[in-house]
Design a binder for this molecule. Structure first.
Ligand code: NAP
Length: 248
């Protein structure tokens, strides 16, 4: 029995990276977890197997969160399998980095659809089910890039800043239903997104981090778990997980 036992959680984009660590953390604390993926079927299924082998409950559901219909189907799958929904982590995200002078409309739209529209689609589909349960916890994965901007990431920064504004509005709208909504703003965390950078870029990034290292997915997962299990009086917050990088 853990602090999330009896809770049903969906983590979008949990086949890899931060989402995977969050899904694992939730399962370890007793939640029944929907592992959403878009392309990485094998990884998602391997995670589900690992959770089940440890005595937990999980299913893998393919859905592209860039599609409103597929987000609806993802929420429906959770309800069908587990009978309700308590926690939604809108984590899935991509980047298509290019300066504005070179960025195509398609690269702009792809990132906005996957990183921002998805947060509205999944939240809108999840909320009625959370109201039915008497409350819910929604955590949206923003980024330090949405707070400070970055060269070559205007699409990503716009999406992530949009997530913060969306989260604050949703927090105010949904408080009366005992649904909290918070945004996490990680700095640089050791996932594919960061590991794949060149050594030169990594070195330059590290120089900007007062703690002198990249964050670990488990560190983001622990804070996410704390928010959804202990953070009953925290809503509309943007929580920095960035090793002390200065933020206005
Ligand atoms: P990652 O390792 O690249 O993993 C991305 C995840 O998102 C994968 O599970 C991927 O699933 C999924 N995904 C991508 N497109 C999807 C779609 N259309 N529908 C459903 N799932 C989709 O990325 P990460 O570093 O873990 O990042 C996770 C989140 O944290 C993102 O929102 C990212 O912007 C944010 N973030 C990351 C960092 C960092 O330093 N790593 C910092 C700040 C914010 P498939 O493989 O199945 O496609």
């Amino acid at each position: 029995m853990g602090c999330l036992s009896e809770k049903v959680a969906i983590v979008t984009g949990s086949s890899r990276g931060l989402g995977r660590a969050i899904a694992w953390e939730f399962a370890e604390h007793g939640a029944r977890v929907v592992v959403n993926y878009n392309q990485s079927k094998e990884l998602a299924e391997a995670l589900v197997k690992e959770i089940k082998d440890k005595g937990g409950e999980a299913i893998a559901v393919q859905a592209s969160v860039a599609s409103e219909d597929e987000c609806g189907a993802l929420i429906d799958a959770a309800i069908k399998e587990f009978g309700g929904l308590d926690i939604l982590v809108n984590n899935a995200g991509i980047n298509r980095d290019r300066t504005i002078r070179r960025m195509t409309g398609e690269e702009w739209r792809e990132v906005i659809a996957t990183d921002l529209n998805s947060v509205f689609y999944c939240t809108a589909a999840a909320v009625p089910h959370m109201i039915e349960r008497g409350g819910g916890r929604i955590v949206n994965m923003a980024s330090i890039i949405g707070q400070k901007g970055n060269v070559g990431q205007s699409n990503y920064a716009a999406a992530k800043a949009g997530i913060v504004g969306f989260s604050k509005s949703a927090a105010q709208e949904l408080a009366r239903f005992n649904i909290t909504v918070n945004a996490l703003c990680p700095g640089f965390i050791e996932t594919e997104m960061v590991i794949s950078l060149t050594d030169e870029v990594k070195e330059a990034l590290l120089a900007t981090v007062p703690l002198g290292r990249f964050g670990k997915p488990e560190e983001v997962a622990a804070i996410t778990r704390f928010l959804v299990s202990e953070g009953d009086y925290v809503t509309g917050a943007q929580i920095n997980i960035n090793g002390g990088m200065y933020m206005q």
